[in-house]
Write a new protein. Structure first.
Length: 173
Protein backbone atom coordinates (compact mmCIF):
# COMPACT_ATOMS: atom_id res chain seq x y z
CA UNK A 1 0.00 0.00 0.00
CA UNK A 2 1.57 3.28 -1.02
CA UNK A 3 1.85 6.24 1.32
CA UNK A 4 -0.16 8.42 -1.03
CA UNK A 5 -3.30 6.29 -0.68
CA UNK A 6 -3.13 6.58 3.09
CA UNK A 7 -3.07 10.37 3.30
CA UNK A 8 -6.36 12.08 4.11
CA UNK A 9 -7.78 14.45 1.49
CA UNK A 10 -6.63 18.05 1.73
CA UNK A 11 -10.18 19.32 2.23
CA UNK A 12 -11.40 18.87 5.78
CA UNK A 13 -14.71 20.15 7.05
CA UNK A 14 -14.41 23.03 9.47
CA UNK A 15 -15.49 22.33 13.04
CA UNK A 16 -19.26 21.88 13.05
CA UNK A 17 -19.50 21.82 9.25
CA UNK A 18 -21.41 18.94 7.69
CA UNK A 19 -19.51 16.25 5.79
CA UNK A 20 -22.00 15.30 3.09
CA UNK A 21 -21.49 12.07 1.19
CA UNK A 22 -23.48 10.00 -1.30
CA UNK A 23 -24.58 6.46 -0.40
CA UNK A 24 -21.99 5.05 -2.84
CA UNK A 25 -19.26 7.16 -1.24
CA UNK A 26 -20.30 5.98 2.22
CA UNK A 27 -20.19 2.34 1.10
CA UNK A 28 -16.72 2.88 -0.35
CA UNK A 29 -15.33 4.43 2.86
CA UNK A 30 -17.03 1.87 5.10
CA UNK A 31 -15.79 -0.93 2.83
CA UNK A 32 -12.23 0.36 2.98
CA UNK A 33 -12.37 0.55 6.77
CA UNK A 34 -13.79 -2.98 6.97
CA UNK A 35 -11.10 -4.29 4.58
CA UNK A 36 -8.33 -2.68 6.62
CA UNK A 37 -9.76 -3.93 9.92
CA UNK A 38 -10.61 -7.50 8.91
CA UNK A 39 -8.11 -8.36 6.16
CA UNK A 40 -5.13 -6.05 5.72
CA UNK A 41 -4.27 -5.32 9.36
CA UNK A 42 -4.36 -8.99 10.44
CA UNK A 43 -2.12 -9.89 7.46
CA UNK A 44 0.40 -7.21 8.42
CA UNK A 45 0.30 -8.19 12.11
CA UNK A 46 1.02 -11.80 11.13
CA UNK A 47 3.90 -10.77 8.85
CA UNK A 48 5.22 -8.50 11.62
CA UNK A 49 5.18 -11.38 14.11
CA UNK A 50 7.06 -13.57 11.61
CA UNK A 51 9.63 -10.83 11.04
CA UNK A 52 10.02 -10.25 14.79
CA UNK A 53 10.74 -13.96 15.29
CA UNK A 54 13.74 -13.71 12.97
CA UNK A 55 15.89 -12.09 15.64
CA UNK A 56 17.60 -8.69 15.88
CA UNK A 57 14.86 -6.17 15.13
CA UNK A 58 17.12 -3.13 14.79
CA UNK A 59 18.61 -4.37 11.52
CA UNK A 60 15.64 -6.39 10.28
CA UNK A 61 14.32 -4.56 7.19
CA UNK A 62 11.16 -6.68 7.02
CA UNK A 63 10.34 -5.91 10.66
CA UNK A 64 10.94 -2.17 10.17
CA UNK A 65 8.82 -2.15 6.99
CA UNK A 66 5.93 -4.03 8.64
CA UNK A 67 5.97 -1.71 11.68
CA UNK A 68 5.73 1.31 9.36
CA UNK A 69 3.00 -0.37 7.34
CA UNK A 70 1.03 -1.14 10.52
CA UNK A 71 1.31 2.52 11.65
CA UNK A 72 0.02 3.68 8.26
CA UNK A 73 -2.92 1.26 8.37
CA UNK A 74 -3.80 2.30 11.93
CA UNK A 75 -3.59 5.96 10.93
CA UNK A 76 -5.87 5.41 7.94
CA UNK A 77 -8.33 3.44 10.08
CA UNK A 78 -8.47 6.29 12.63
CA UNK A 79 -9.01 8.81 9.82
CA UNK A 80 -11.79 6.74 8.22
CA UNK A 81 -13.45 6.15 11.58
CA UNK A 82 -13.50 9.88 12.32
CA UNK A 83 -14.83 10.69 8.83
CA UNK A 84 -17.57 8.07 9.09
CA UNK A 85 -18.58 9.41 12.52
CA UNK A 86 -19.43 12.84 11.08
CA UNK A 87 -20.86 12.01 7.65
CA UNK A 88 -24.34 12.94 6.57
CA UNK A 89 -25.46 10.55 3.84
CA UNK A 90 -27.47 12.38 1.18
CA UNK A 91 -29.18 10.26 -1.45
CA UNK A 92 -29.47 12.32 -4.66
CA UNK A 93 -32.23 9.98 -5.90
CA UNK A 94 -34.48 11.53 -3.25
CA UNK A 95 -33.95 15.10 -4.50
CA UNK A 96 -37.37 16.67 -5.08
CA UNK A 97 -36.22 19.75 -7.03
CA UNK A 98 -34.48 18.34 -10.07
CA UNK A 99 -34.50 21.63 -11.98
CA UNK A 100 -31.65 23.08 -9.88
CA UNK A 101 -28.14 21.96 -8.99
CA UNK A 102 -27.94 20.41 -5.55
CA UNK A 103 -25.65 17.86 -3.89
CA UNK A 104 -25.44 14.68 -5.97
CA UNK A 105 -26.37 16.30 -9.28
CA UNK A 106 -24.49 15.63 -12.49
CA UNK A 107 -24.13 18.95 -14.27
CA UNK A 108 -23.02 19.68 -17.81
CA UNK A 109 -21.60 23.15 -18.37
CA UNK A 110 -20.31 25.00 -21.38
CA UNK A 111 -17.52 27.58 -21.23
CA UNK A 112 -17.15 30.72 -23.35
CA UNK A 113 -15.21 28.73 -25.99
CA UNK A 114 -18.08 26.28 -26.46
CA UNK A 115 -16.29 23.42 -24.67
CA UNK A 116 -18.54 21.19 -22.57
CA UNK A 117 -17.61 19.49 -19.31
CA UNK A 118 -19.63 17.33 -16.99
CA UNK A 119 -19.25 17.40 -13.22
CA UNK A 120 -20.85 15.37 -10.45
CA UNK A 121 -21.28 17.33 -7.23
CA UNK A 122 -20.16 15.05 -4.39
CA UNK A 123 -18.61 15.12 -0.91
CA UNK A 124 -14.95 15.91 -0.26
CA UNK A 125 -14.22 12.22 0.40
CA UNK A 126 -15.45 11.26 -3.08
CA UNK A 127 -13.45 13.65 -5.28
CA UNK A 128 -12.21 12.16 -8.55
CA UNK A 129 -10.86 14.86 -10.85
CA UNK A 130 -10.31 12.49 -13.76
CA UNK A 131 -13.86 11.17 -13.42
CA UNK A 132 -15.42 14.62 -13.09
CA UNK A 133 -16.49 14.19 -9.44
CA UNK A 134 -15.93 17.52 -7.69
CA UNK A 135 -16.60 18.58 -4.13
CA UNK A 136 -19.59 20.74 -3.34
CA UNK A 137 -17.04 22.83 -1.41
CA UNK A 138 -14.79 23.46 -4.44
CA UNK A 139 -14.98 26.82 -6.25
CA UNK A 140 -16.81 25.24 -9.21
CA UNK A 141 -19.10 23.18 -6.97
CA UNK A 142 -20.06 26.17 -4.81
CA UNK A 143 -20.69 28.33 -7.88
CA UNK A 144 -23.00 25.74 -9.44
CA UNK A 145 -25.12 24.99 -6.35
CA UNK A 146 -28.65 26.32 -6.72
CA UNK A 147 -28.29 27.17 -10.41
CA UNK A 148 -30.63 25.97 -13.16
CA UNK A 149 -30.27 25.28 -16.88
CA UNK A 150 -29.32 28.49 -18.69
CA UNK A 151 -27.71 30.14 -15.65
CA UNK A 152 -24.16 31.44 -16.11
CA UNK A 153 -21.61 31.55 -13.31
CA UNK A 154 -18.18 33.13 -13.05
CA UNK A 155 -15.73 30.62 -11.58
CA UNK A 156 -12.13 30.93 -10.40
CA UNK A 157 -10.08 28.51 -12.52
CA UNK A 158 -6.41 27.54 -12.61
CA UNK A 159 -5.63 30.37 -15.03
CA UNK A 160 -7.97 33.12 -13.92
CA UNK A 161 -11.74 33.20 -14.19
CA UNK A 162 -14.10 31.44 -16.56
CA UNK A 163 -17.74 31.83 -17.30
CA UNK A 164 -19.66 28.57 -17.29
CA UNK A 165 -23.24 28.15 -18.47
CA UNK A 166 -25.33 25.27 -17.11
CA UNK A 167 -26.66 23.23 -20.05
CA UNK A 168 -27.95 20.08 -18.32
CA UNK A 169 -28.76 18.82 -14.82
CA UNK A 170 -29.32 15.13 -14.05
CA UNK A 171 -29.95 13.13 -10.91
CA UNK A 172 -29.73 9.35 -10.55
CA UNK A 173 -33.07 7.54 -10.64
Amino acid sequence: MSRKTLDPPAEKPAKGEKNYITPAGYRKLAGELDFLRTKKRPEVVSALADAAAEGDRSENAEYIYRKRQLRQIDSRMRFLGKRLDIVVVVDPREQKRRDRVFFGATVTVENQDGERRTFSIVGSDEIDGAGGAISWQSPVGRALLGKEVGDAVLVRWEKGQRELTVTDIRYPT
